[in-house]
Design a protein. Sequence first.
Length: 282
Amino acid sequence: MDRIPKNIRETHSLGPRTREWMVSSRQVPGFGATHTRIAGYTEARAGYEFVRFSPGFSVILVSALGEGQALVDGAWHRFPPGYAYITAPRALNAFHAAPGCRWRLHWVLYEESASLPTLEPGHKPRLIRVNGTGFRLAVEGLCYENAGKADQGVMGFWAALVDRMVWRILESEMGEPRLDQLWLAIREDIGGAWNLRRMARSVGMSEENLRRICHRHVHRSPMSHLTYLRMLAASDLLCHSTEKIASIAARTGYGDAFSFSTAFKREMGMPPKRFRAANRPE
């Protein structure tokens, strides 16, 4: 169990001079596909402090300017630029602006249902060194579009980029380049005839070794992660095209619309038609 510093309590405080820009799932088509709740960035000042004992969501925060502090293993640690604070659902996390310091940070919240590597419920928070430039630009681009023309198609693409930058941060922590190579190959041929044998051979390892490494780093089997990547691609097509479901099924590796719809509902929580209706621009 996490060590808890004395006198710490649940706290959600922005402070009187803090400014925030954010976009929620109600405003962005495609957030539903990645189980993203909200994304944004903050210009934090004195009084900016959050303590969450058992949140129902995960948070990825990246420090860009100034400095804060984050709670890791029961102690406060410096949270300077070039670091990310990675927090999982149902685990104590806490962070605050350093006294007298302006702190700029970019962040995204994911629902507990999101299948993100290294973020299983209860997993302890950690600070990791990252190159957060891509994530910062993606978050600011999404917020800029929302504050301007708010074109739903454009916002959908920004949202997908935010999610991809989060995966890049998490994958950099995992440190398994062969899996990165495999997921890239699958994305480039998402409807291909992938099976465990082909996946293992494409990265030069045995099937059993691929299973073991995949479970260690993404906490699911290779075939389960293949399904997840296909459903992400299908979600994007459902949100941003008028293609028929049978056509999307074929493009993502399914022989018929029924088997595709069954897999989509299992992974995304609702049938493709309903997902499209809920996430298409009005």
